[in-house]
Design a protein around this ligand. Structure first.
Ligand code: ARG
Length: 617
């Protein structure tokens, strides 16, 4: 684990042990410049200590030594002082490390401030997160919801570490498909001031239908001299050509800034964005109009982008088109069509240029459906070929496609409504909220419930937070690439690895403070004598490193998993160690301090996932 902290920040406990072991290994190797990862892992069995360092096995092999001998030598060279008990070598050469309770307590003291042990990253370059990125005039689908939820969580985690995050909503708001829709709506004299998403969707489908032709079928019909069929297919071809020509005229008009067309085009965008904002509002995502920078933003930069590639010799002519070829694969990346038109990839290259050279970002994350994997591989490689993987100040730029799988219905097919359309996102989120509200009202009816007698509006807000929390957690708690089944019953349950379970765990910790007499406990030194107290303390200390890990791996499920394990550790603690009922005031206060850290870490972690943590449930 890489837990090194920048200078003048308190290191995590594992980070400190990591550094001490590294130094010891360098001593053993008699090479001061050696920097060997001691491979520290949490022990799965408490009998083997809290952690184990596994480096001896692999290192001994390289050196041609016995692993146990090497482990003994490392142990002899390590001075852990107040941090841990003397280390033990076990089995083939594991180094077992048992922390001293005082070291755990001291470290917990150090994390009791606002940082909660999260070590900040002082790199000043912004990080761009491309998220949401819906297409104008097309129905929003569940993939855009996932992109928004995952992108928002990653943005929050990176911001928590102190990084500047630039959220970029790369709207599909330009190009022939949109011109086709606009042309259709104009021909049908649709009142664009009254436009609804359904009208747009309808026009999109009709427009796509209208440009369909069957040139091969036409050839065959001609060869077989099927005059009837030939006439039919010729008419279809003429219609398609006309529709395309007419849409191209609209696009040219838009390109030239024709005021009427531009104002109509804006109405299409407004109509789409109204439902996007409705979705964002329900989600409580930190994403707004200020983050919109759609494909249209780059329209005047495409020609010069292509020109840059061409003059650098990175792009070459190929049958009238312009392509970037790669050494390790056959299919090149098309960046200008033979008719002079630009493509989705061209826009993405222009966007990289902007993000790296204008925004100065050193990390670009694209939270997009896994089906676009090849697209991003090509685009990133093309950007590297032209040298756009360095910022102006010479910093290396990292490109990542944060790919995610599909959301499936119970039939294991991509989630659809009964009519076969892509499910409407607002109906899905509304259902989640009303299910959450029904559950909260049901519970509040019980006179023993902490929510009994609360104001309706508060119950409704809590219910909505539970419904939305359930949807978000389901999206974040699995390996992102895995397709998952959208099962509202399961995800809204208060039991199992769900959002509501974690929210409920947090509310239960809060309830201890509601029941306590309110006397101060912060001044009490922590006492970790019971095994459950010690285990909970260690779990709390793992929070900071987990956040660092999520930022590096871009895998939010690691944070979900951590919060779930923390809740379980808290449950064991709570069962074994009475808090308010404990007579000894010192023990009671110490336990209240642990509870306080648990509620703060849970609230902070849920917030990073974009999930609210109500006080009472
Ligand atoms: N609008 C695209 C779609 O819905 C996603 C855009 C992703 N971002 C990007 N820079 N290509 O498929």
């Amino acid at each position: 684990m890489n837990t090194a902290a920048p200078k003048d920040q308190p290191q995590s406990l594992t980070g400190r042990i990591d550094s001490l072991l590294r130094a010891a290994i360098a001593t053993v190797l008699e090479d001061p410049s050696a920097d060997v990862d001691p491979l520290i892992r949490a022990s799965s069995n408490p009998d083997h200590g809290d952690f184990q360092a596994n480096v001896a096995m692999s290192l001994a092999k390289k050196l041609g030594q016995k692993p146990r001998d090497l482990a003994e030598a490392i142990v002899a060279a390590t001075e852990l002082g107040e941090l841990a008990e003397p280390m033990e070598v076990a089995g083939p050469g594991f180094i077992n490390i048992t922390l001293k309770p005082s070291a755990i307590a001291t470290q917990l003291e150090a994390m009791s401030n606002e940082n909660l042990g999260v070590i900040s990253d002082d790199d000043a370059h912004p990080i761009v997160i491309d998220l949401c990125s819906v297409n104008v005039a097309k129905t929003l689908h569940v993939g855009h919801l996932r992109s928004t939820i995952i992108g928002d969580a990653l943005a929050r985690v990176l911001e928590r570490l102190g990084r500047t995050v630039l959220r970029e909503n790369h709207l599909g708001d330009w190009g022939l498909p949109i011109a086709l829709v606009l042309d259709r709506l104009r021909k049908d004299s649709v009142d664009l001031d009254q436009l609804q998403l359904e009208d747009l969707d309808h026009a999109y489908r009709i427009a796509q239908q209208a440009i369909k032709a069957d040139p091969r079928g036409l050839d065959v019909a001609r060869q077989r001299a099927l005059s009837h069929r030939v006439a039919e297919l010729e008419a279809q071809q003429r219609g398609a050509d006309e529709a395309l020509d007419s849409a191209k005229q609209v696009l040219i008009g838009l390109q030239q800034g024709d005021p009427e067309l531009v104002s109509q085009w804006e109405k299409l965008i407004d109509c789409t964005m109204r439902s996007v904002y409705e979705m964002l509002d329900s989600l409580g995502s930190k994403l707004g109009p200020e983050h919109n920078r759609g494909e249209s933003f780059y329209r005047d930069l495409l020609a010069s982008t292509v020109e840059t590639f061409e003059s650098a010799g990175v792009a070459k002519a190929n049958q009238g088109a312009l392509v970037v070829a790669f050494e390790d694969r056959e299919r090149p990346l098309l960046i200008r069509k033979s008719d002079g038109g630009f493509l989705y990839a061209t826009t993405d290259l222009a966007a990289i240029d902007h993000r790296v050279h204008v925004l100065g970002a050193d990390r670009l994350l694209y939270v997009v459906d896994a089906r676009q994997r090849d697209h991003f591989r090509d685009v990133f490689d093309a950007a590297r070929l032209i040298g756009w993987d360095k910022t102006a100040d010479g910093h290396k730029v990292e490109f990542s496609h944060v790919a995610f799988g599909s959301v499936l219905g119970k039939d294991k097919k991509p989630l659809k409504t009964r009519s076969g359309d892509n499910i409407s996102l607002s109906s899905l989120l509304n259902e989640a909220m009303s299910r959450g509200q029904a559950e909260v009202h049901r519970r509040a009816a019980d006179p023993k419930s902490p929510t009994h007698g609360l104001e309706e509006s508060l119950l409704d807000a809590t219910g909505a937070a539970i419904g939305i929390g359930a949807v978000k957690y389901a999206d974040l708690s699995n390996d992102l690439l895995r397709d998952y089944v959208f099962d509202m019953d399961r995800m809204i349950s208060f039991e199992g690895n769900t959002g509501p379970y974690l929210q409920y765990a947090h509310a239960r910790v809060c309830s201890i403070f509601a029941r306590s007499d309110g006397s101060p406990f912060e001044d009490q030194p922590l006492m970790l004598d019971e095994p459950e107290e010690r285990a909970l303390g260690l779990m709390l200390l793992a929070y900071g490193p987990v956040i660092t890990d999520v930022a590096a791996s871009l895998e939010p499920h690691r944070l979900c998993q951590y919060l779930y394990r923390l809740s379980e550790s808290y449950n064991s603690f709570y069962q074994q160690c009475p808090v308010l009922k404990t007579e000894d005031p010192a023990v009671r206060k110490s336990r209240l301090r642990l509870c306080d850290l648990v509620r703060r870490v849970l609230a902070d972690g849920l917030d990073l996932l974009g999930i609210e943590a109500p006080q009472r449930m």
